[in-house]
Write a protein that binds this ligand. Structure first.
Ligand code: ZN
Length: 563
């Protein structure tokens, strides 16, 4: 009996307090250039935490990428979006390394993937090689860095995951050498009244508080008066040596009069929870200002596992006549820190009652499904689409639906359905649902057409409209002209674009044979590599067909010569 409870206690202690033992010397760096980060693990991104580190590649592509350890390639994917060209290597010690946005793979892996692409007649492919089929050793060249997929500039996206749980872990835990003697930077401080009865500086809303640097290097906030339950939030970032990039911080601790109220860090998280980032940041503020306030308290719907310590959900109870010192301690992975002290006095508020919240005709209850018929359009929110109940603004215009605005996060997909019965079948073919972006430009949303009902699934609130695309995509040669001799050309490139609904599919042939043309949506370019040696003839006829998202199709047929 005693034995059991002791081991249970040990297990309990281990799960709560012990940081996993990460192998510090097992891995080599993924690149030979100095490791400078443009992005850290856990960094706050749109609807997710960054699941790796972004390694700067000297503003260029083609920097050799090496396997960090002996292992076997378990997954290779070529995608237009997301990680672009990406490689996964499982190592015998239980970790999997991931290398994303690659320009191309090493010659042997490139040949393996090319074969698959030609078999499937598709640029986008994904393959899970058998264990041991594609072995690599520590330091072996596996690829070249690039800018493919959802990447805004050349860099290597690098991850280390647990092979079993697939949870990404902070790559810096493995002893990666990154120069960082620079402290995190605190930009703004906010104090939140968290109940109807609480106030901050005689204010019922989120209140910004100024702070200044002290002689000892810490920061001191202006004195705050408050009553009731309050919370703290901040805008800040980390800067590493030798780079101007605003990276994410590693840990955030809030303590009050010496007691820790909340402590979270970015040792690890799961992909299943990453979208809960929208409860960690002040989403309303982000929607309006495009800047992320990190809350050091846990608000409704927050299911994140990143908290190492939590007391009263990080919320502070302020009583009349008492004084408090809240301390915010923000650290980067190297331990550089910024410390901010916030003096709070419990003072009765001098205002009258809190003014009523703005109401609308429609109220959403987060824990229930909610269905709204707007006449000509319907909106359906499944259970737990939202974190909190709220008054939702729903407006129906001519072929448009406005679903509140971008200050409220949705956790799950909801559906918007338009009745298109007033349009002829011919017109319906060219119609699609589009979301209007902040500049009111229509962005194609995947549209499911069933009879007279067009539906889209989305997690973005905002304005949706029916749009009509009558124009086929454009296709033109890029690095050559018709009937030109292309003797020393390495590549053939073609420019494709679609004005409204966007490019959906494309294909190309040389003298009737399918060729692999790599599509780079960021540059609207299709590229064929002459090394593929398809139709090695003097006279070549190139045929490229492109279809947009409503089915408008265009074909370019052109010829060139080659010796
Ligand atoms: Zn990245």
């Amino acid at each position: 009996m005693r034995k059991i409870s002791l081991s249970l206690l040990l297990l309990f202690c281990f799960t709560l307090f012990a940081q996993e033992d990460y192998p510090k010397d097992a891995f080599a760096p993924p690149m030979d250039i100095p490791i400078i980060l443009a992005g850290t693990f856990g960094e706050l991104r749109s609807n997710h935490f960054h699941s790796g580190v972004d390694i700067k590649t000297q503003q260029r592509e083609g920097v050799p990428v090496n396997s960090i350890g002996d292992g076997t390639i378990t997954r290779i994917k070529v995608s237009l979006w997301g990680y672009g060209k990406v490689l996964y290597i499982a190592h015998p010690n239980g970790y999997t390394s991931v290398y994303g946005h690659l320009q191309k793979f090493s010659p042997s892996i490139e040949a393996y993937i090319k074969k698959l692409q030609y078999n499937k007649k598709s640029f986008e492919v994904e393959v899970f090689p058998d264990y041991g089929e594609l072995k690599v050793s520590k330091g072996e060249l596996i690829a070249y860095s690039g800018n493919t997929g959802g990447s805004a500039g050349p860099h290597l996206h690098f991850e280390i995951r647990s092979s079993i749980s697939e949870k990404p872990t902070n790559p810096l835990l493995y002893g990666m050498d990154v120069a960082d003697a620079t402290n995190p930077i605190l930009e703004k401080l906010f104090v939140y009244p968290l109940t109807d009865k609480s106030h901050v500086n005689n204010n019922y809303e989120r209140t910004q508080v100024n702070f200044s640097k002290q002689n000892d290097g810490t920061y001191l906030a202006d004195k705050v008066t408050a009553l009731g339950e309050i919370g703290i939030g901040f805008i800040g970032f980390d800067r590493l040596d030798m780079a101007a990039n605003k990276n994410g911080v590693y840990s955030v601790e809030l303590s009050v009069n010496g007691k820790t109220y909340s402590l979270y860090d970015f040792e690890s998280f799961s992909f299943g929870e990453t979208r809960y980032i929208n409860t960690l940041v002040d989403y309303e503020y982000y929607g309006r200002n495009r800047q992320r306030i990190q809350k050091s308290f846990k608000s409704a719907g927050n299911n994140l596992s990143i908290y190492k310590e939590l007391y009263n959900n990080g919320k502070i109870d302020i009583n009349e006549g008492l004084s408090y010192t809240a301390k915010l301690l923000i650290k980067d992975y190297a331990g550089n820190k910024v410390e901010l002290n916030i003096p709070v006095d419990g003072v009765k508020n001098l205002l009258g009652n809190k003014k009523e919240k703005k109401t609308t005709d429609n109220y959403v209850i987060a824990k229930k499904p909610n269905n709204f018929d707007l006449g000509g359009a319907k909106v359906y929110f499944p259970t737990n689409t939202f974190y909190e109940d709220f008054y939702i603004e729903l407006k129906k215009g001519k072929d448009t639906v406005t679903i509140h605005n971008n200050t409220v996060p949705a956790h799950r997909n909801f559906t918007i359905t338009f009745d298109v019965s007033k349009y002829s079948k011919e017109v319906q073919k060219q119609l699609f649902i589009a979301r209007l972006d902040s500049k009111l430009r229509p962005n194609h949303a995947n549209t499911y057409k069933r009879g007279n009902e067009f539906t889209t699934r989305t997690r973005n609130l905002g304005t949706y409209t029916l749009a009509r695309d009558t124009v086929a995509p454009t296709i033109r040669t890029k690095n050559f002209k018709e009937k030109q001799w292309l003797n020393n050309y390495k590549y053939l490139s073609v420019q494709i674009a679609d004005d409204l609904s966007g490019v959906d599919t494309y294909s190309a042939t040389l003298n009737g044979e399918w060729i692999l043309m790599e599509y780079e949506p960021k540059r609207n370019t299709l590229t064929y590599n002459f090394d593929d040696k398809i139709a090695d003839q003097t006279q070549c006829v190139l045929k490229v067909t492109v279809t947009d998202n409503v089915g408008n199709t265009n074909t370019l047929t052109t010829s060139f010569y080659r010796k």
